[in-house]
Design a protein around this ligand. Structure first.
Ligand SMILES: Cc1ncc(COP(=O)(O)O)c(C=O)c1O
Length: 398
């Protein structure tokens, strides 16, 4: 690999004649026309990545299905890109996501649902919708069973039992968390589903967010456990390996390789003969998007240079709330040599509203535009209106 090429350059995100471009569109021009803060998403990138996942799964099974996890990004352009990819459905986690999926042209049998702590109202809407539900509590099985016809298929979600995530961050770990039956509870959960009149056709496990290559052994172990519960289920049709792929946020990050993921599925799960289901969010959409904001302040305070921008953590909680860094790329001169070390801060009245700390940046002036990358996943979809600073624009291109 050419070391002069920054890690964030992709087939879609390029530098042409010194300007940062997405799918050939000059982002500076787009942002000056549309205004900032502005999220920009690449439709071709979403499709390319879904196709790449399909190709990978096809190497270990001829029965697989991808449900793109719309919680990562529900912009209509992103959903349309998923919809235009043959064989791809949507994974949802709330009644309103189900409603949005249906409104964006996905049929009930192209929508999966996977969430916990569900109210009777949630369950009634799900029962009415006809989408396939994966449930993770005895309570939900009992109440859902009372609402649907006998013989309705359902999935069971299991706790992976391992702590694996981006940077081993506790907030991103799903093992021993609020989600899922313990593997040891499998027989009891199957029995509860049976008593509720449900047919368990799927077992599911979502291991963690941003799984790194260094967690391959933990995933190996967790998939072994998933295979164990799968083989206890006499009516099994699918095995759902959740999401968790992706997670390249820094040049030094080493996310779980698709090949490793494929091999672990091939080792433990595809030999069982069930359809392999996955629910990727981050891997599909994170590098398909960036957020553009405008510099409004460049000033030294107590010997620290501060760069202030017109976007705060209300628009993207990853750096401030989860300690997940984003690359800061100046739009007009993306490849310029660093000239200052600065903190980049948002405009929310909270001390945690910091995008980057002690970051080497090229010379910046008030009025310059900065892109934050990758920002396609869990940015706009997690936006809030804190301090009434929740306004932004979004566009899908390509
Ligand atoms: C059950 C389930 N499936 C899929 C996903 C998508 O995960 P990711 O964005 O890590 O691919 C999540 C994320 O929280 C999840 O909880």
């Amino acid at each position: 690999m050419n070391s002069d090429v920054p890690w964030w350059q992709t087939e879609s995100l390029t530098v042409n004649d010194g300007a940062l471009c997405m799918d050939g569109t000059v982002l500076e021009t787009l942002a000056r026309t549309r205004g900032t803060p502005l999220y920009v998403y690449s439709r071709p990138t979403v499709q390319r990545r879904l196709l790449a996942l399909q190709e990978m799964l096809a190497q270990v099974t001829d029965r697989y299905k991808i449900y793109y996890a719309m919680k990562a990004n529900r912009h209509a352009g992103v959903l349309a890109a998923a919809r235009a990819t043959p064989g791809v459905g949507l994974d949802t986690c709330s009644p309103r996501e189900v409603e949005t999926a249906l409104a964006n042209g996905f049929a009930p049998d192209e929508i999966s649902f996977n969430a916990g702590m569900l109210s009777n109202r949630d369950l009634a809407i799900l029962a009415e919708s006809g989408v396939h539900c994966t449930l993770d509590s005895f309570s939900a099985l009992r109440r859902y069973g009372e609402m649907v016809p006998a013989g309705t298929p359902v999935g069971l979600r299991f706790d992976p039992g391992v702590a694996a995530s981006y940077g081993q961050q506790p907030k991103m770990v799903y093992g021993k968390s609020k989600f899922g039956f313990d593997v040891e509870e499998c027989a009891a959960a199957l029995d509860a589903a049976h008593r509720a009149g449900l047919v368990v056709d799927s077992v599911a496990m979502h291991i963690g967010w941003g799984l790194p290559q260094s967690s391959a052994d933990l995933i190996d172990w967790a998939f072994g456990r998933l295979a164990g519960v799968a083989s206890q289920c006499p009516t099994l049709a699918t095995i759902n390996v959740g999401g968790g792929l992706g997670g390249r946020y820094l040049a030094t990050d080493q996310p779980l390789a698709l090949e490793t993921w494929r091999d672990l599925i091939g080792k433990h799960l595809s030999p069982l003969g069930a359809t392999i289901v996955c629910e990727p969010g981050t891997w599909v959409v994170a590098p398909a998007g960036l957020l553009i904001a405008e510099v409004n302040t460049v000033e030294s305070r107590r010997h620290v240079t501060w760069v202030g921008i017109n976007a705060g953590y209300a628009l993207n909680p990853l750096p401030a709330m989860y300690d997940i860094p984003l690359e800061v790329i100046p739009l007009c001169n993306p490849l310029a040599e660093p000239a200052l070390v600065a903190n980049v801060a948002g405009h929310i009245n909270e001390g945690v509203d910091i995008w980057a700390q002690a970051r080497s940046l090229p010379p910046l002036e008030e009025g310059d535009l900065l892109a934050f990358f990758p920002a396609g996943a869990y940015g706009s979809s997690m936006a809030s209106n804190h301090c009434l600073r929740g306004e932004f624009q979004e566009i899908a291109i390509g």
